[in-house]
Design a protein around this ligand. Structure first.
Ligand code: GLN
Length: 283
């Protein structure tokens, strides 16, 4: 075990070996598996200093993904830094759900991603669905910049438009009335009071606007339920990621606004994680 791994382990980092190797391969500019081929070749002074600096940041609590600047999501690489939330594995379920549901549509498919952050959802959908045209909205200019860079990195920038604003506000009704086949979002859904209790990695490093869902965590769902109707096609659907105890209240919010619950999907721990809504016909 190397010294870095030991320190990380002592600090309570769960995947200490993996993370120390991620830092090492970042310093050496190689893939992690190449470390094994190289064996225990000693680092030169500059490399040692660089490694120690990165290790120090990790020991302070900074997430590994911000330190190395990359997160893999849906098999694609995303640049991440403190401007954006680090995409989570649960969110892949949301993206996979949408892909499976629409992959056989032949015509152009218009998808709205609310609160795009790093662009994880928007970029993955554009990448896996060649017929998709995505509108990605975020309230923060710096997040939109990060998302636009990720679109370029993954060569889908010509099928994603980025709009700055608060959820539906940048969408002119004359252009986007009943325009979207799909509205997708992984909105901030943590109740304000819970944020203090989160691990350092999250609460001290990730953007608060990407986490804070208001007093009960449900603010964004209320706003999406209230605003989506006029932008969603009659036979379109809304697919949302939800927090671990939000399945019932989120369904109630949408039921009270003339939608029906099309589907609820669980994550690998058996927790309701994806909620899908459609317009109730004849309303
Ligand atoms: N859409 C981005 C993601 O799912 C950002 C989500 C957010 O910031 N709440 O990773």
């Amino acid at each position: 075990m190397n010294a870095g791994q030991k320190l990380l382990q002592k600090k309570g980092v769960e995947s200490a070996r993996l993370e120390s190797e991620m830092l090492m391969s970042h310093v050496l500019g190689c893939q992690r598996h190449q470390l094994y081929i190289m064996g225990n070749r000693p680092l030169d002074l500059k490399q040692t200093e660089a490694y120690e600096a990165l290790l120090h940041r990790r020991l302070q609590g900074e997430p590994i993904q911000y330190i190395i600047g990359v997160r893999e999501f849906m098999g694609l690489n995303f640049h991440v830094d403190k401007r954006v939330l680090i995409p989570r594995w649960e969110t892949e379920l949301l993206v996979e759900y949408v892909i499976n549901r629409v992959k056989d549509y032949s015509g152009p498919l218009h998808i709205l991603d609310l609160g795009t952050g790093s662009g994880a959802i928007a970029v993955s959908l554009a990448s896996y669905l060649s017929q998709a045209w995505i509108t990605a909205v975020d309230i923060k200019e710096d997040a939109l910049q990060a998302a636009a860079d990720n679109a370029k990195l993954n060569k889908v920038e010509n099928r994603i438009e980025f709009l700055k604003g608060d959820f539906f506000t940048p969408l002119e009704l004359s252009l986007y009335s009943e325009y979207f086949d799909v509205i997708v979002s992984n909105p901030p859904y943590i109740p304000t009071k819970e944020i203090e209790k989160l691990m350092t990695e999250v609460k001290d490093y990730e953007p608060i606007t990407a986490l804070d869902g208001g007093a009960d965590g449900l603010d964004c769902y209320r706003r999406i339920a209230a605003g989506a109707w006029q932008y969603l096609k009659e036979n379109g659907f809304i697919a949302l990621e939800i927090g671990y105890d939000q399945s019932k209240p989120v369904q109630e919010i949408f039921l009270s606004k003339a939608y029906h619950v099309a589907e609820v999907r669980k994550d690998l721990s058996g927790i309701d994680r994806i909620a899908v809504f459609c317009k109730r016909q004849g309303v």
